[in-house]
Ligand binder design. Structure first.
Ligand SMILES: [Fe+2]
Length: 125
């Protein structure tokens, strides 16, 4: 599996984790700037910034792979994919409920996994 997990459990693991974060933040920055450039109608700039964002995210993936951050076997891979599908579905339903309650002016809270979201609601119009 190439470089998969080579730094996991070594003295390099925390440094490599920082590299994952730094590269991810770089990718996010380029994507955000790309969105802004799109609003300005700068098509060429959008393509360049998106390309840079893709490169940074590939770097993040490389470092994540070094640390074995994501599963390296088929069974664990599908567990993660299944979990993501469930989380997206549940997150989407929770967001719909929050939006609905806010529209009706209801305050409340909603738990998504270990995170509690509180919302004030808005007065009904
Ligand atoms: Fe990079």
């Amino acid at each position: 599996m190439g470089v998969y997990g080579k730094t996991k459990g070594t003295e390099l693991e925390s440094f490599v984790n920082m590299a994952v974060s730094a590269e991810s933040m770089g990718g996010m920055m380029y994507y955000a700037l790309s969105d802004i450039a799109e609003r300005f109608g700068l098509k060429d700039v959008v393509e360049q910034l998106t390309g840079l964002g893709n490169q940074e995210m590939r770097h993040a993936v490389y470092y994540a792979t070094l640390n074995g951050k994501y599963p390296g076997d088929t069974e664990s891979f599908w567990k993660v994919i299944h979990g993501i599908g469930k989380a997206v579905f549940m997150g989407g339903r929770a967001c719909e409920r929050v939006r609905g309650n806010a529209r009706r002016g209801r305050a409340g809270r909603r738990r998504i996994g270990s995170t509690e979201i509180r919302f004030a609601g808005t007065p009904p119009r």
